[in-house]
Design a binder for this molecule. Structure first.
Ligand code: NDP
Length: 397
């Protein structure tokens, strides 16, 4: 049915490749391309399907991308490289007539700044070209927006309070490691917190607000308010929302390491000179930290990510909690990667499947909640991320 090109062969790219290969009725021709071709070849070896093609590409270079796209002629590109490459890949998609999907919003390399404006600015060009761009189709952003759309469609007349809660109760048995690209992860967590209330954005100091939240099958965990990119599109697409927040759990050991990393300057993203060479401390740190792709083998425990929603249905207040729990070990046995890569890669594959089946096809640039959530929710149950619902429980928030 469809030709797909996956860009990026990291933790998430590896999961996307496994899941795409598991659905040959939808994905008939597959290529995985990345900066380092040997990593793509290793993914293909692990999957054991020699029909998957591989290629080397520098996704910062629009011309190189266009040559690759014209050569392989994919219908859709799944961008699971880094957020820095979003705009070059979108630009190349427009030049070569290819549809687009990603899991993280564009970030400039020199400032850790998260907003959709750069990618939303492409809307008219994608519309005119008759191409679809699906933004933020991982778990959060991604499933968090689809859960919200599903709640709005089936369970609420008006969503008023939205809390996205992201718990990783796994243990990789390392003193300190990040679950996805360390550079991207540390940039995100060390930023000011931000949430939306009564039409305004409220800024907090990094990790200033926290409280204990209870996660299904896990128990209470200290959860910290962060800014997360899907809040920007969700409050725009659901204007009845009075307050929207995002919470993520961190252990004390993780936070202590993070504080030390910041205090000694290793989280800096500006260049410093070392022995006549310019280096970015955070990029150097990434080179010495454990590779998130190698955490899977000894990772136990599970993740639990969901949406806790309060609003009005038929004139009455109601609460709704929809979530998925994902076992790191089960993810590892299936794909060789841990649960954080798994929970990101599976939705990216489903988003591309929705496009190729013609269910999520509309020219322009859209966030996931702007599409019909039902067929996506159905696939989550079939593709390894089953969801559960609690009606009128205590949301704790
Ligand atoms: P990794 O660092 O493991 O993988 C990134 C891959 O992209 C690597 O294979 C890397 O190549 C490749 N790459 C980097 N730069 C280029 C370039 N210029 N040209 C071509 N390839 C390049 O990251 P993850 O797999 O952990 O994360 C992938 C994406 O998923 C990120 O954008 C991240 O923000 C997003 N994400 C989204 C989540 C969600 O829920 N929405 C959650 C977690 C992650 P090389 O191997 O040579 O370095």
């Amino acid at each position: 049915m469809g030709r797909v090109l996956i860009i990026g062969a990291g933790g998430v790219g590896t999961v996307v490749a496994h899941k795409v290969a598991q659905n040959p009725d939808v994905f008939t021709d597959i290529m995985i391309a990345s900066r380092t071709k040997s990593k793509c070849d290793n993914v293909v070896k692990a999957i054991g399907n020699p029909n998957i093609k591989t290629a080397q590409v520098d996704a910062d270079n629009v011309d190189e991308l266009v040559t690759l796209f014209n050569d392989f002629k994919p219908e859709i590109v799944i961008n699971v490289a880094l957020p820095y490459q979003d705009l070059t890949i979108m630009e190349a998609c427009l030049k070569a007539g290819v549809n687009y999907l990603d899991t993280a919003n564009y970030e400039p390399k020199d400032v850790a700044h998260f907003e959709y404006s750069w990618q939303w600015a492409y809307k008219k060009r994608f519309e005119d070209a008759g191409l679809t761009a699906i933004l933020g189709c991982g778990f959060d952003p991604g499933v968090s927006g689809i859960y919200t759309a599903y709640a709005a469609k089936h369970h609420f007349d008006e969503i008023q309070y939205l809390d996205i809660v992201d718990c990783n109760a796994g243990n990789h048995h390392k003193a300190f490691a990040t679950n996805f690209n360390p550079e991207i992860n540390i940039r995100e967590i060390t930023q000011n917190g931000r949430y939306y209330e009564n039409g305004q954005w409220v800024t907090t100091k990094p990790l200033e607000i926290h409280k204990s939240l209870t996660y299904p099958n896990i128990g209470p965990k200290d959860s910290y308010l962060l800014y997360h990119e899907e809040l920007e599109s969700l409050v725009k697409n659901y204007p009845t929302i009075k307050r929207a927040r995002f919470w993520m759990t961190f252990g004390q050991e993780y936070l202590t390491h993070l504080r030390v990393i910041q205090n000694i300057g290793m989280a800096r993203i500006d260049e410093v000179e070392y022995n006549g060479v310019k280096i970015v401390p955070l990029q150097f740190l990434k080179a010495v930290l454990p590779n998130p792709q190698d955490l899977g083998e000894n990772y136990d425990g599970e993740t639990s990510i969901g949406c806790r929603i309060r609003g009005i249905k038929d004139g009455k207040e109601r609460t709704y909690y929809v979530y998925n729990n994902c076992s790191h070990h089960a993810a590892y046995l299936e794909t060789g990667m841990q649960g954080v890569s798994y929970t990101t890669g599976v939705p990216a594959m489903i988003g591309a499947m929705m496009f190729l089946k013609g269910l999520w096809k509309k020219p322009g640039v859209y966030n996931v909640e702007e599409f019909d959530p039902d067929p996506f929710m159905e696939q989550l149950n079939k593709q390894g991320l089953p969801w559960h619902e609690v009606f009128d429980g205590d949301l704790e928030l």
